[in-house]
Design a protein around this ligand. Structure first.
Ligand SMILES: C[S@@+](CC[C@H](N)C(=O)[O-])C[C@H]1O[C@@H](n2cnc3c(N)ncnc32)[C@H](O)[C@@H]1O
Length: 261
């Protein structure tokens, strides 16, 4: 028991240090991260790419902590640049409800929390039970913090992003209750046009009028498709956020129109 606790704390501290020391990692670090990912995928034969739900879920579920960190290293690099830029000035400073779609082991959620206020309630959602278990473990062992050293209100829920959004107690999120939604490394990588349309239906239900949604474009679902679906559901594209000037896969930041509910 004591040994387990020491291991958990050591890991949480290492994770914190690693994260916060590399808030804006260099381009050369991206090359290293890409190389590691390439090695795991080609030599290790690890395949998680695709849009078929069961295949993707199995791939992430069986991945393990270490492999996930390598597979997701380049995404994490991008996230530290894109997420704060997309969020800035778009979330109320007081109470606010934020949802992080496909949060993995809390890797994107910790960036939102770091740049956020302790008054925010942040819900991370992922369909991999393994990854959500890791995320909860990190919360319990103090792995999340705001930049000012405060404890953020973070919770994690197992669930698919194409089903009704719920909180950690299983309660469905109320209509027009969410201030901001983030997705990193999921919409453009793992959703089809059909599954994204289901997600957009739910976004229209839960997001407050004038609330924001920041979605990742990717190799499968490109910016043009994401934009056309979101516009059909009452969202307006406000900006594209890139990690570097020529970033081919920007975050698309949408705002909900008044009549969108
Ligand atoms: C590349 S990882 C990104 C993790 C995290 N957002 C980040 O950027 O560090 C993609 C995540 O999306 C999750 N995912 C993929 N499809 C999903 C779906 N339909 N519902 C919920 N989670 C999904 C996977 O389990 C995985 O954790």
């Amino acid at each position: 028991m004591i040994l387990k606790e020491i291991t958990a704390r050591t890991f949480a501290n290492r994770w914190k240090r690693k994260t916060y020391d590399h808030k804006l990692p260099s381009l050369s670090r991206l090359v290293v991260l890409k190389w590691r990912q390439f090695r795991v995928e080609t030599i290790g034969g690890y395949n998680f790419r695709g849009q078929e739900r069961d295949f993707v879920q199995r791939a992430y579920d069986g991945m393990g902590q270490h492999t996930f960190e390598i597979i997701n290293g380049a995404q994490d690099w991008v996230n530290w640049r894109q997420i704060p830029r997309a969020m800035r000035g778009r979330i109320p400073e007081g109470a606010a409800l934020i949802v992080d779609l496909g949060c993995g082991p809390g890797s994107s959620t910790r960036i939102i929390a770091w740049h956020g206020a302790p008054s925010w309630r942040i819900i991370g959602m992922d369909f991999s039970e393994d990854l959500i278990r890791q995320a909860r473990h990190r919360v319990e062992s103090g792995g999340f913090s705001t930049a000012s050293g405060k404890q953020p209100a973070v919770e994690f829920v197992v669930g698919s992003v194409v089903e009704p959004f719920r909180d950690a107690s299983g309660t469905e999120l109320a209509d027009l209750s969410v201030d901001y939604v983030n997705s990193s490394g999921i919409v453009g990588h793992h959703l089809s046009r059909e599954s994204f349309t289901s997600l957009a239906t739910e976004l229209r239900r839960v997001v407050k009028p004038h609330g924001f949604v920041s979605l990742d474009s990717g190799p499968h679902l490109k910016g043009g498709i994401i934009r056309s679906v979101m516009e059909r559901f009452g969202f307006v594209l406000r900006t594209k956020v890139r990690s570097v000037p020529l970033d081919p896969r920007p975050q698309l930041v949408f705002q909900k129109e008044d009549m969108g509910g």
